[in-house]
Design a protein around this ligand. Sequence first.
Ligand code: HEC
Ligand code: HEC
Length: 206
Amino acid sequence: MISRFIVTIIACFVALPALAAGDATVGRSKSQVCAGCHGVDGNAAIPNYPKLAGQHAGYLVKQMQAFKAGKRKDAIMEGQVANLKDQDMLDLAAYFASQKTTLGAATDKAQREFGERLYRGGNETKAIAACMGCHSPNGSGNKPANFPALSGQNAAYTLKSLKDYRDAKIRAFDDKDDAAKIMRNIAKKMSDAEMEAVAYYIAGLN
Ligand code: HEC
Ligand code: HEC
């Protein structure tokens, strides 16, 4: 049932027109202003800030557009994207997508295993689908469907993202955004303990 649901969603996304091309080399020169927060190679050192390295270009462009249109709220990022043109976003996304993610540590065994169970198996009692169904077993996401890569992401940022989807004021409050609604419906069913454990596990997932 769940897998058929996922296949349907993926099919819808694949039908979207292909993204125009970004130029990673041009993107690198445009990315200097981003480096202070996201790292030169997109591996943000500040735990609250997302790593962009290795993220799918289509997902990155979508998020930049969402900040610009006020559909995703963040005081910092809304300012950062205000003057970006479509081509700038494509170039920046191509650059960060071409970089390699560094992995974080997930050394606490109990916490890691709790997170892993949820990531791989979901929570049947609460009807939470397994994360790997959409984000893939190694956290590389699903590129054609714009499902983001999660592998190596900073745990504090992942936790914040999940809460932002659940609260539906910062992310996923726009009912027209089907992709974000998928995550809202999942995050709504998660406890804080589940969010913390899965975020912890994802930081070391590859
Ligand atoms: C002053 C710090 C700062 C700068 C400079 C900055 N960002 Fe960000 N960026 C953030 C923060 C903080 C977030 C997380 C926002 C949230 O919590 O929703 C973010 C989120 C993002 C996201 C969403 C990532 C995801 O996984 O959903 C993208 C894409 C992004 N930034 C791209 C850029 C680009 C491109 C630049 C340069 C043009 C840039 N940022 C400059 C702080 C910054
Ligand atoms: C049915 C498919 C599906 C399942 C299952 C799923 N996700 Fe997602 N997830 C998505 C999509 C689509 C997005 C992008 C939404 C958007 O564009 O805002 C996303 C986005 C995210 C993000 C934001 C990434 C970023 O860079 O900000 C996180 C974190 C996340 N998911 C974690 C999880 C976790 C943890 C689970 C399991 C408990 C899970 N997801 C299960 C489809 C799914």
